[in-house]
Ligand binder design. Sequence first.
Ligand SMILES: CC(C)(COP(=O)(O)OP(=O)(O)OC[C@H]1O[C@@H](n2cnc3c(N)ncnc32)[C@H](O)[C@@H]1OP(=O)(O)O)[C@@H](O)C(=O)NCCC(=O)NCCS
Length: 195
Amino acid sequence: MDTVTHKDQTLKKEQPTLYIRKALPQDLDRVLLVEQLAFGHDQEAQLVRELLNDPSAQPVVSLIAFQGGRAVGHILFTSATLKEAKRAVSIAILAPLAVVPDAQKQGIGGKLIHRGLELLANAGIHFVFVLGHPDYYPRYGFKPAGKLGFKPPYPIADEHADAWMVQALGRGVMGPVGGKVLCAEALNKPEYWSE
Ligand SMILES: CC(C)(COP(=O)(O)OP(=O)(O)OC[C@H]1O[C@@H](n2cnc3c(N)ncnc32)[C@H](O)[C@@H]1OP(=O)(O)O)[C@@H](O)C(=O)NCCC(=O)NCCS
């Protein structure tokens, strides 16, 4: 945490309070700006715009984080289905997650993940999948999905197999499930599945 020296005492400079809520239609520009700033290009902002308008992605969980009145983080979960599974389960996909550069490493990404998973668990979702950094998402409960028999929408190269992860919510589902994940149309492009 930053410190400020004030006369003979050192005061801790507190970060403004973090506030997370569901993103509303009128937050769209803020959400897209967070995505652009975090990733440094427009691809994810464009994906978010498409997913929010994609009927096959509904219902979504879209959360925005504010710090000191400024939007600093966004997370999106979209609906998906599991084909050839051993049990009927409800699933969602986390993509993308974004925290603006100057607000990173304060736990905001983790809080967005936790809040989203809580909402999804309450909505009866059994599993949440992500294709992402294999050193980051396990901090928040994700495990390699391939070893559990879950196939991604597009094949992932062996050297990136650990980037395909899953987390069971609530009490989980007894016994093996497996199956192939079918994602929303806007996410169903090979370029989104090559880590
Ligand atoms: C990845 C991201 C969302 C993390 O947000 P954040 O609010 O900084 O995350 P947290 O504060 O919860 O966790 C920060 C920790 O994760 C680590 N971390 C961040 N990105 C990481 C990565 N790609 N791989 C491994 N660890 C990573 C940080 O080094 C930090 O570690 P520390 O606690 O030991 O210092 C943010 O860095 C970001 O928006 N990056 C650009 C967009 C992106 O890559 N999104 C993820 C797409 S899968």
